[in-house]
Write a protein that binds this ligand. Structure first.
Ligand code: ATP
Length: 731
């Protein structure tokens, strides 16, 4: 850079700094106003009176709640915005009788005392040319400028000129903001791209919120980040609908939700619910995976029949006949009669809501048998019989969906409920997997969709109201120290006197599952991997929702595409669909993506192959390791350790060591000493994530071990932004 150029950049930065200072002053004032509202709000709720609270005081209290809540929210919002608050500037062409207009674009709108805009929210229509203007269609823009700042200090500017020649008084500096952003080190979490959204991405972000919006494209094309910006846009464009109705974002794993969780708050939005497939159902957090063939079984639509039968069958171990004395007369209802009553009770009701109907049906059946004396007297006596109560407690208990799923541990029962639907081998595999669940005390990710399905069929579990206990009794009986001494964890001893579950079985059934929450918008990422049963689970949460669905079929790990497509369309309902296709790979250096492409094309010839635009001049490194047959080379652990040290030396930022199960032990300890820079991870869990560099251990073993084969290897080989090393055994 020449001295004159350095001076020119410094002068431009100084100009922008002036504007940023002004914005920050206004923002501080707005912050103070928010604080005042908060203080004022608090004083409104204060009352010196005791005794009855009059109506107007009640409404004062509500008002206070609303004010304090909103003010606190606004404050949190403003404080977070300081980092990179203003990131863009547009210089627009002069219009007759008007000076050249300058617009600043930022994370939120800020106005001065005269209500003049100092910054325009990036989602407002007036900000749109910042993203849409191109030299071919400049939309009135002469120069688009991206500002980089650290805290309140402007540290750089990057310009794009949208007209053939800049006016004499306008300076143009920098090499373009996109390339600068893509070359930078990525860190541990996804960042927002609000300063460098590209025109085709902007179209998907601002597309109408009606119906289903599908975003497709190959690896690294920005599908995820675009979808998240779309969620922020929807909240801006239709806040009433989406803030009160809620937006649900579903990703493949908890590693993924941790990776993306910063993006929306950095855009000023924190009212979005992020869930991984293992924790869609409240109170369950599953991270364990079934072996691929069992996961395929649990995810398939055949499970609907199995679950239907589970939900309707007699509770295992329950009595098979009823023998009681009612009003001095002997009643005996045999198994056939009870089965008939069970069927009739379930014809148009959920099991857990049918207890009263069942009692009536039993009473009628008993009367039909007895037919002596007054009918009404008999029915009344039946209704108040303690023996009948005891029988009902055993024959028709409230059934927790998790408990019903666990019935499958019995192989004979599993054969019975899956007859004509699953093979004996598959039914036995289900039973075996259930016994494993019981041993480990943890659910698998695939179980969650089954539990949700059963939950609908059984209806919510209705608990009898616990007997009221006085404060004194709670203290006396549930003394904190006493319980601690028994080794129990306590949430809140005075309110919730829960003990944490001790056995695996109790742990599996911990807490109560409520009805599914519904949302106004559902955003599904890595949609190609959802099983049909998972589509049904998500569908229940979006029955009245609009959807954004993101995916790439070539990265799929789910086998039966047709069945999943059927379930997906059922979840969508009859809504209209619009599609956006992304074709530029912003993540991988070209050299890395070429390597990945050579793997996927032979396996999936019609894979959606994007263009990787950024070259580094460095090819992925291939290193070999020895094994039991070849001891002339060091073993995998030693070779991996050296390759990792080389990568860490070569670049800053995050590194993943991606290993198949067979080498997991050998590389497990590699992250130590790198202070959080290095993650050791299995292939399937890398979905949706990215690192500055990756170390891929034994690609052939990755293909062998994964149900998705080459598709999973394709995912693994497209996770690195800047550098990749691949370790192979010697031939
Ligand atoms: N306009 C942009 N400006 C800067 N960075 C961008 C832009 N678009 C995408 N990126 C970056 O490219 C990378 C890939 O984006 P993202 O993870 O959203 O892709 P994806 O299509 O979901 O990938 P995959 O399907 O492989 O998981 C991210 O680091 C993202 O921040």
């Amino acid at each position: 850079m020449t001295d004159t150029h350095v001076d020119a950049v410094a002068a431009e930065i100084a100009i922008e700094q002036q504007h940023l200072d002004r914005v920050n002053t206004e923002l501080a004032k707005a912050g103070q106003r928010a604080e005042l509202v908060a203080v004022d709000g608090l004083s409104r709720g204060r009352t010196s009176r005791t005794g009855d609270v009059r109506d107007e005081e009640m409404s004062g209290l509500f008002e206070r709640d609303a004010l304090v809540y909103n003010a606190a929210r606004r404050q949190a919002h403003l404080e977070r915005q300081h980092e990179g608050l203003v990131f863009g500037r547009l210089d627009l062409e002069e219009e007759p009788d008007h000076e050249r207009e300058i617009r600043y674009i930022g994370r939120l709108g800020v106005r001065d005392d005269d209500y003049e805009p100092l910054v325009i929210d990036w989602r407002a229509p007036a900000a749109s040319p910042f993203y849409r203007a191109t030299p071919g269609n400049n939309l009135g823009v002469i120069r688009r400028r991206v500002l980089r700042s650290r805290g309140e200090e402007v540290i750089g500017v990057e310009d794009d000129l949208m007209v053939p020649e800049a006016p004499d008084d306008m300076v143009v500096v920098g090499d373009g903001a996109l390339l600068a952003a893509l070359t930078r080190s990525r860190g541990q979490q996804m960042r927002d791209i609000v300063a460098t959204i590209q025109a085709h991405q902007d179209e998907a972000i601002r597309a109408t919120d009606r119906g289903i919006t599908e975003i497709t494209g190959g690896p690294g094309t920005g599908k995820t980040v675009v979808a998240l910006h779309r969620a922020a846009f929807l909240l801006y464009a239709n806040r009433r609908r989406y803030e009160s109705g809620g937006i649900l974002v579903i990703g493949p794993s908890s590693a993924y939700t941790a990776y993306i969780e910063r993006v929306l708050p950095s855009l000023g939005e924190d009212s979005v619910t992020l869930r991984s497939l293992g924790d869609v159902v409240d109170v369950i957090t599953a991270v364990r995976h079934d072996p691929p063939e069992v996961a395929a079984l649990k995810g398939s639509l055949q499970m609907r029949t199995v679950l239907n039968r589970l939900a309707a069958m007699a509770v295992p171990g329950a009595p098979t006949s009823l023998r009681v004395m009612v009003d001095g007369r002997a009643v005996h209802l045999d198994e056939t009669t009870l089965t008939d009553i069970r069927r009739r009770a379930l014809r148009d009701r959920n099991r857990n809501q049918a207890a009263n109907a069942v009692r009536d049906l039993l009473a009628e059946a008993a009367w039909r048998q007895v037919r002596e004396g007054e009918r009404e007297d008999f029915l009344e006596a039946f209704d108040s019989s303690m023996a009948v109560d005891t029988f009902l407690g055993q024959w028709w208990p409230q059934v927790d969906p998790r408990e019903a799923l666990l019935w499958l541990q019995d192989t004979e029962l599993a054969y019975d409920v899956s007859r004509s639907v699953l093979s004996h081998g598959d039914a036995a595999a289900l039973a075996h997997a259930t016994r494993e669940t019981l041993e480990l005390g943890t659910w698998t990710v695939a179980d969650v969709a089954l539990i949700d399905e059963l939950s609908v069929r059984l209806g919510p579990v209705e608990h009898e109201a616990p007997e009221e206990r006085s404060f004194f009794e709670v203290e006396e009986l549930d003394g904190v120290e006493e319980l601690r001494a028994m080794g129990s964890a306590i949430k809140d001893p005075l309110v919730e006197h829960h003990l944490s579950p001790t056995s695996a079985h109790e742990r599996l059934l911990y807490d109560t599952i409520g009805p599914a929450d519904e949302y106004a918008h559902v955003l599904v990422d890595e949609a190609q991997d959802l099983s049909p049963m998972q589509w049904r689970m998500i569908g229940r949460r979006g029955r009245r929702a609009s959807w954004t669905v993101v995916g790439d079929v070539a990265q799929a790990s789910w086998q039966d595409a047709a069945e999943a497509e059927h379930a997906r369309l059922e979840a969508y309902g009859t809504q209209q669909r619009q599609s956006f296709h992304m074709t530029t790979n912003y993540r991988n250096a070209q050299e890395i993506f070429d390597y990945a492409r050579a793997v996927i094309l032979p396996a999936v010839p019609d894979a959606d192959i994007p263009d990787a635009v950024r070259e580094t001049g460095v090819q992925p490194a291939e290193v070999t390791f020895g094994d039991a047959l070849d001891t002339s080379r060091p073993a995998v652990g030693t070779v991996a350790e050296q390759a990792l040290a080389d990568l860490a030396q070569e670049l800053e930022g995050s590194i993943a060591v991606i290993t198949p199960q067979r080498h997991a032990n050998a590389v497990a300890g590699l992250a130590e000493g790198y202070e959080g820079r290095v993650t050791v991870i299995d292939p399937l869990s890398t979905k949706g994530l990215e690192w500055d560099a990756t170390l891929v251990v034994d690609p052939d073993a990755i293909v062998d071990e994964s149900p998705g084969g080459a598709r999973i290897l394709y995912v693994v080989l497209t996770r690195a932004a800047h550098r990749m090393s691949v370790l192979r055994p010697t031939d």
